[in-house]
Design a protein around this ligand. Structure first.
Ligand code: NCD
Length: 311
C-alpha cells in the first residue's frame, strides 16, 4: 500500500490532498470495506474519543462519522444541533472548541459559517475534520464521492463527470473538483446562470490544466456523462425565499430521460434529495447514491485511522 503521512493532520479542505494521499485513503477505505463485509471486530482506536459537533442539520455525515468511530472501537460524544450546545447561550465557536478539546482526541464538526473548521483547527489540539462549513467545503463527502466513482467505474481516470445543480452554494462540489483535478477527467458544470460554479474555482481549475465546460442544458451534458453528480438547490443559503422558488426544480433527472439519453450513466448525489432525482431512477443499475452513502462509513474509518496513526 502506498503509505503517506496524515498523522495529526486536520482535514479541512479538498485542496489539501495530493494524489498519493487520495490513493492511500481509498486503499485504506477499501480494506476497511472488506473487513466490514466480513464483520470483523476492529479495535484500532479503542480508548480514544471523538467529539461529534454538528451545529447544522445532518443525517449521513454525522451518523456515518459516529458509526465509523464505533466500528473502529472508539467512543463518541457530541451534539446534533446548535440549540443543544452552549452556542444557544451565546458561547463563541472558539470557546466551545477549546472546551471540547479538553475531552476528546478528534473532532468531527459541521457549522453554517464558511471557514469555521479552520477557526476550530486554529484553537484545537485535537485533529479537526470538517463535515461541512456553510457553503464552503465538505472534504469527507468529496472523498467518499471519489471512492464511489472508483468502485462503480473501476477507475477515476478517463471519466467525464457532470456536476449539476447548485454549484454556487454546494460545498460537496467545491471540495469534489479539488480532488478530480488530480485525475484525467473532463468536468462539465451544469447549472442555472444564478447558481454557476464560483468563477474563481473554475478559473483556478483551468489554470491547472483541468478541462472544464460550463452549460445550462441538461440533455447534451447527460449524453456525455460517465458520472452524473446531481445536487440539491441549497435552500438554506438563499436570503430571499422567492429566489429559491424560482430556481427549485431547475433540473430533474428522471428514469425516462436517463433511458432515452444515457442508460449507462452512473448517478451520484450526496443526498438529501428534494425533487431533483425522481424515485423511479432508484431501481436503475447506475443509481449509486445509496451505495455512495454506504461508502461514507469506510472512507471516514480510513480518515480517522490515518489521522490518528492507526491505519
Ligand atoms: C450535503 C451537505 O450537507 O453539504 N449532504 C451531505 O453531507 N451528504 C449535501 C446537501 O445538503 O445538499
Amino acid at each position: 500500500m502506498n503509505k503517506v503521512d496524515l498523522v495529526g493532520k486536520d482535514i479541512l479542505d479538498g485542496a489539501q490532498f495530493t494524489r498519493d494521499e487520495l490513493e492511500c485513503i481509498m486503499d485504506v477505505a477499501r480494506d476497511f470495506r472488506e473487513k466490514l463485509t466480513q464483520r470483523k471486530q476492529l479495535r484500532l482506536v479503542e480508548g480514544y474519543v471523538m467529539g461529534s459537533l454538528f451545529f447544522e442539520p445532518s443525517t449521513r455525515t454525522r451518523l456515518s462519522f459516529e458509526t465509523a468511530m464505533h466500528r473502529l472501537g472508539g467512543a463518541v460524544v457530541g451534539f446534533a444541533s446548535a440549540s443543544a450546545s452552549s452556542t444557544a447561550k451565546g458561547e463563541s465557536l472558539e470557546d466551545t472548541i477549546r472546551t471540547v478539546d479538553q475531552y476528546v482526541d478528534i473532532i468531527a464538526m459541521r457549522h453554517p459559517e464558511i471557514g469555521s473548521a479552520q477557526r476550530a483547527a486554529a484553537v484545537a489540539e485535537a485533529v479537526v475534520i470538517n463535515g461541512g462549513d456553510g457553503a464552503g467545503q465538505h472534504p469527507t463527502q468529496a472523498l467518499l464521492d471519489l471512492f464511489t466513482i472508483k468502485v462503480e467505474r473501476g477507475r477515476v481516470d478517463g471519466n467525464t463527470i457532470v456536476l449539476c445543480g447548485d454549484l454556487k452554494n454546494g460545498r460537496t462540489v467545491h471540495a469534489g473538483v479539488e480532488l478530480y483535478k488530480h485525475y484525467d477527467c473532463k468536468l462539465i458544470f451544469l447549472a442555472p446562470e444564478a447558481l454557476r460554479m464560483p468563477a474563481g474555482i473554475t478559473a483556478h481549475l483551468r489554470a491547472q490544466g483541468v478541462v472544464v465546460e460550463e452549460t445550462s442544458e441538461l440533455e447534451p451534458a447527460l449524453a456525455q456523462a460517465d458520472i452524473f453528480y446531481m445536487t440539491r438547490i441549497q435552500r438554506e443559503r438563499f436570503a430571499d425565499p422567492a429566489e429559491y422558488e424560482k430556481l427549485r426544480g431547475s433540473y430533474v433527472l428522471s428514469r425516462e430521460i436517463i433511458e432515452r439519453i444515457n442508460p449507462g450513466v452512473t448517478v451520484l448525489h450526496p443526498l438529501p434529495r428534494v425533487d431533483e432525482i425522481t424515485s423511479d431512477v432508484d431501481g436503475l443499475p447506475g443509481a449509486a447514491y445509496f451505495r455512495q452513502a454506504n461508502n461514507g462509513v469506510c472512507v471516514r474509518m480510513a480518515l480517522i485511522a490515518l489521522v490518528m496513526g492507526k491505519a
